[in-house]
Design a protein. Sequence first.
Length: 381
Amino acid sequence: MLDSAVLFTGYAWGDSFPQSKAVFNYPNATTAIQTEYEYLGGWQLQSRTTQKSDSQGRTIELYAESWDAISQNWVSDSRLLTYPHGTSTEATDSLLAEQWDPQTNEWLTVLYNATSYDDQDRPVIVINYLNESGFTFALLDELYYDANGDNYYTDQSVFEQGAWTLFSRIEREFVQHREVRNTTYGVIDPTTLVATNKLETAYDGNGNAVLEEAFDADFFTGEWTLNERTTRTFDNVHRVYTETYEDLGFDAPPASQTTYVYQNPSGPELALDVYAEKDVNTQEWVIQEKTYYYFGNTTAAPEVRNGEALELSPNPTTGLVRFSTTNAVLPYQVLNVHGQVVVPAGQTENGQVDLSGLPSGLYYITVQEGAVRRTGKVVKQ
């Protein structure tokens, strides 16, 4: 199983350095924990997500937490509960997304989804209830199938003034059960539809999607404008080898390409992916980032634990602060009372840092010695 993934950046500037890391732990057969670190002069905890599965390996809960650098504790952020449909590995009867409210100390529902199926076990009704900024919206999808069993169009409605109002229709075209065109229409009135956008997909002889093109329609002329293009190449066992994305809009960012390298000749496990952007002048690909994937505890970062309080002197201070540590050079960061980083992370020099550039107030200084993190408070005058 995947042990960790490490992202390195800075290649475009002639050197590379670590930026972030995801570490995976598996406490039991149905639980996986992904812990995210950011490199700030040392690996610093950021967040973690716990995924729970049922006996069939289907995800039934995702629980996300963020790391509070001041309290040195994990803080609830969000969770997603899913209820699988029958024995299906993908379909769900319902799902519930919640956000933790630290003010009321309770979970707030942000999305509830419920799906109904026909006698052929195909989804036909999907209802979504969304809660956004205190307002609740209800959306309805009605799915229709042709004689080949393909979902050839979907009507989308919103609940308003006590009734469902149709606002969008999605029409799909298939060749050999592969979607080749997906067109979205806005509903002006029950008899008038206006095309807004479409996605066209081309396949190779093995059924791999090698080209996707996204278009927007001009409201007045109905003419289509190509806005985005994604092209893919595949290896001889149908795994994606390269994926190239182009934004063709006005003042668009440069084209990007990701190349995938796998652990073995036929399996799906990645060893490396390389992200590059096209230089607009030379038209050459310039590597920006690389992500390395490791299996078998080769890079697992130890769980950082809290040590004793960090003693700081002088306290209060007008500038320089000395640490109660025997190591002169340590990764550190300075946070304000809101937990925001106010001094860019770096290495301490001679066991001290300079706060003279900060306004008066209370600050937290955190240093890390190996797997031990220590935090102290200091008043800046």
